[in-house]
Design a protein around this ligand. Structure first.
Ligand code: NZQ
Ligand code: ZN
Length: 388
């Protein structure tokens, strides 16, 4: 393991089909005013809303509802939520939903008492939080982002056409997360598959970077194999508890900083995908899927040995009679076949991207230097064209 690091994760997870029963216990740690954040209404249809409301009422909490958190939450919604939290002097923000709702809750948590413009301070300048923070708890209903156990908060500024992920520290990360795999049974197939690819890509973003002998990579290979195995069962039978529970557990560990230890981290698929999201409002996991193969084929030479290892260790390909180049390419071919098998979107056009958007998307792509190749803007354009 290279590098010096601190590993700490303050989020307490309650996992399993009775996980919600622990919510009342957790609520004792917070004051009476709870802001209940949720999305477009799926929790009202599947009964999760009723479960949560009953527990909040039994605990004697005053509930301030904040519905309508959209996928790819916006700065406008964030400012509205921050005002609501401040005016009601909220003690706990309870996010019930997927990554969008939890990311938004973290944004509200730091913005409610922020004297500056929170978008500029936290998402553009990425400054440390120096104002009062409202604690966040979550009930996860959609698996993929890992937001339930990390500090990430991705917000879209529709006016500026920017989608930016800020990573907050321990004090903003959810204090607790309720993980009931059954709560994910009603997630539409398109979202389920997008979430599966999101998990997989979070692992890739960390795995395909640096190249020392690193325990993180061995953990990553195990997680990737588990995601592939569970995904094949889940796409055939979305009600398979074991598969959905494995996916849920993998998602949390894929992006809670553990497998990033000792790694520089690539994250360019996410940078390009987020820029696509800012222009199209497309589903996050699908934006990643559409750009991944053109990106990895573009950078493959910089990480040939690692892509060859990926073929053997993750996909079980017998690479013994192949050259390193052939093995590396076989790994990406296996990835492509699996993506098609589970049914992710393979082109940007399917997500509403048009040629006239490409310059803007390239401008909105942050160029990072942790992967096998530092891209130029022209290379981003080339990748986008191939992904179209
Ligand atoms: O709005 P509702 O009605 O809740 O419907 C949602 C939404 O339409 C639906 N859904 C969620 N749970 C459901 C359900 N429908 C039926 N039954 C259920 N149990 O699913 C749709 C997608 O939900 P959303 O929260 O938007 O999806 P996801 O969890 O993929 O979150 C995406 C957001 O997270 C960000 C993305 O960029 C995007 O903005 N990310 C956050 C990260 C982090 N915090 O670390 C990292 C990721 O890379 C990602 O960037
Ligand atoms: Zn992601």
């Amino acid at each position: 393991m290279n590098g010096n690091f601190v590993y700490s994760n303050p989020t307490k997870l309650y996992f399993g089909d009775n996980a919600i029963s622990f919510l009342s216990e957790e609520l004792r740690n917070y004051g009476p005013k709870v802001m209940l954040c949720y999305g477009g209404g799926s929790i009202k249809k599947n009964g999760i809303y009723d479960d949560v409301i009953r527990i909040l009422k039994d605990a004697g909490k005053t509930i301030i509802e904040d519905p309508g958190v959209m996928s790819n939450p916006t700065t406008d919604k964030l400012m509205e939520g921050a005002r609501l939290a401040r005016e009601n002097d909220i003690d706990l923000i309870l996010a019930v939903g997927g990554g969008s709702t939890i990311d938004y809750a973290k944004g509200v948590s730091v913005s409610a008492w922020c004297k500056d413009d929170p978008w500029d301070k936290y998402y553009i300048r990425m400054e440390d939080v120096d104002n009062r923070v409202i604690p966040v708890g979550s009930v996860l209903t959609m698996v993929g982002t890992g937001s339930e156990m990390n500090g990430g908060s991705v917000i879209t500024n529709t006016q500026q056409k920017l989608k930016i992920g800020m990573v907050f520290g321990d004090n903003v990360m959810p204090k607790f997360a309720i993980l009931n795999p059954k709560y994910t049974f009603t997630v539409p197939r398109y979202q389920m598959v997008a979430g599966i690819y999101d998990i997989f890509n979070h692992i890739c973003e960390q795995y395909f970077s640096g190249d020392d002998d690193n325990t993180s990579d061995y953990i990553s290979e195990g997680l990737m194999r588990s995601v592939i195995h569970a995904s094949r069962i889940a796409v055939k039978n979305p009600q398979d508890y074991e598969a959905r529970s494995n996916l849920m557990w993998c998602a949390s560990w894929a992006l809670n900083t553990l497998i990033g230890k000792g790694k520089s981290g690539d994250w360019m698929v996410h940078m390009i995908g987020q820029a696509v999201g800012a222009y199209t409002d497309a589903t996050h996991g699908m934006t990643l899927a559409a750009v991944s193969l053109p990106y990895y084929r573009h950078i493959i030479q910089g990480g040939l040995e690692k892509f060859a290892r990926f073929a053997q260790a993750v996909w079980g390909i017998d690479t013994s009679k192949m050259s390193v180049q052939q093995a590396a390419e076989a790994g990406l071919e296996a990835l492509e076949n699996w993506m098609k098998e589970i049914g992710v979107v393979m082109s940007l056009r399917e997500l509403g991207t048009t040629e006239d958007m490409l310059d803007g998307i390239a401008d909105a792509t942050f160029l990072l230097d942790g992967g096998y190749k530092v891209l130029t803007r022209d290379e981003v354009i080339q990748i986008l064209k191939e992904a179209l």
